[in-house]
Design a protein around this ligand. Structure first.
Ligand code: SF4
Length: 429
């Protein structure tokens, strides 16, 4: 154990962690030796120390999209695993690191699993010890499991972790779809995401976190909540990874502090604000914004596109739309893709999203009549809140934000003046 982590262990996790990049401090494709040199070992804490309490004090939120407090799920599983005369428990809680990343514009989880797999494993190992977990899984695409398998082969404390190959679909990363896949081999969402902590995989208390959330958990276990809060803002502490795509010099993953101004994040990706028309924040289930004065914060209010306010980063996706590109055409292509990704279990999702994609395509192509916007709004109202999972609502949020942010373009399209032909359907990159 390094001197720094020895002190951390004695003080309940208060040693100084990396001052620069947190998640990639060990460098590219870090093996165990580089990992330990950068971070030291995960300290074995005493009985008077609680990872759950440290997570609560840290303010860490989930980095997979929803942005819930990480400690809330942790505490719910901790509560549910305790002996209960009404609900017999067998097998202990289940921990899952979700790296499925079905979002077409996201590759930050892939980057994390390739470069810092030991940090993800450390988070799972620390939580498994505190929760007396019975089963631990890492769920990700085949290409991203390979570096994790190599990392597991380097250590003796993680032999209980099983690797599960995730299918390459948009909804395969939803928490309930992950559990469904582990149980049945079908990555279809279920209407029970909120109850996984109480009864998830085979009825056992189940904690599903994004792989980045587990990596931050490992750092909180090492260095404590106080250190975690030395980056970011009081409302959105710590750092997060963002995937930057679109009209950029090169696609890149950045680690940015909570509350970061969007224009400074784009500048770090080599994008000047005068080159940007709009940015899709949060991915295909996110929202379009004009970047001026916008900050990325998990504490942002849901439900509207801010003008110079805070916007939720969701799964950490920033897709840049340069001047001369049509936001309606880009949105229409995304809705077309999302319609094809419906799990076809709920009528409004199965039939409503293709209808929405059709109308958005006509709007983007400038071939519809003046009633198109009303038709879009009718379809949005039809599918909103009508799915077993978040897929329809995420799509509704995307389209609402496009109608707001590209209101001038909507008027031009209705007058048959599109500046860019609508691309064929499919994922935008
Ligand atoms: S809302 Fe759509 S994606 Fe979600 S479960 Fe229903 S059919 Fe599947």
């Amino acid at each position: 154990m390094s001197a720094a982590t020895e002190i951390a262990a004695m003080q309940g996790g208060t040693a100084a962690g990396p001052a620069g990049p947190r998640l990639f401090a060990a460098g590219a494709a870090a093996g165990m030796a580089a990992h330990l040199a950068a971070y030291g070992e995960v300290p074995r804490h005493g009985r008077d120390w609680s990872l759950a309490e440290e997570l609560e004090a840290s303010g860490l939120t989930g980095r997979g999209g929803a942005g819930f407090g990480a400690w809330r799920k942790f505490a719910a599983v901790d509560h549910a695993r305790r002996p209960n005369r009404y609900v017999p428990r067998t097998g202990g809680p289940v921990l899952i690191a979700n790296g499925a990343e079905g979002e077409p514009l996201s590759f930050k989880d892939a980057s994390l699993l390739h470069n810092a797999p030991h940090l993800v494993i450390d988070g799972l190992v620390a939580a498994a010890a505190e929760l007396s977990a019975g089963s631990v899984f890492i769920y990700a695409g085949a290409a991203n499991l390979a570096p994790v398998a190599a990392a597991l082969a380097e250590r003796a404390d993680a032999r209980h972790i099983a690797l599960v190959e995730a299918p390459d679909t948009f909804v395969a990363g939803q928490a309930s779809a992950v559990v469904n896949f582990l149980e049945t081999g079908r990555a279809l969402p279920r209407d029970l995401a909120a109850r996984l902590a109480g009864s998830g995989f085979k009825g056992r208390p189940t904690l599903v976190h994004n792989v980045e959330t587990w990596a931050h958990t490992a750092l909180v276990a090492r260095y404590g909540a106080g250190w975690f809060r030395t980056a970011g803002t009081p409302e959105d502490p710590g750092t997060r990874l963002v995937s930057v795509t679109g009209n950029v010099p090169s696609e890149v993953v950045l680690e940015v502090p909570g509350g970061a101004p969007l224009d400074s994040v784009l500048a770090s990706a080599g994008v000047g604000s005068d080159a940007v028309s709009a940015v899709l924040v949060g991915g295909y289930h996110g929202r379009w914004v004009r970047p001026d004065g916008v900050v990325l914060s998990a504490a942002a209010a849901a439900g509207s596109t801010p003008a110079g306010g805070a916007v939720r980063p969701g799964a950490g996706v920033l897709h840049v739309l340069g001047h001369g590109r049509c936001g309606l055409a880009a949105t229409a292509a995304m809705v077309d893709y999302l319609a094809g990704q419906s799990a076809r279990q709920c009528g409004p999702c199965m039939f409503g999203l293709p209808a929405l994609a059709d109308v958005m395509g006509r709007l983007a192509a400038g071939t519809g009549g003046p009633g198109l916007v009303r038709e879009v709004e009718r379809l949005l109202a039809l599918v909103a809140g009508r799915g077993a999972c978040h897929h329809p609502d995420g799509t509704v949020q995307l389209v609402h934000s496009a109608l707001e942010t590209f209101a001038d373009d909507v008027r031009r399209h209705l007058a048959g003046q599109c500046q860019e032909a609508a691309p064929a359907g499919g994922a935008v990159r």
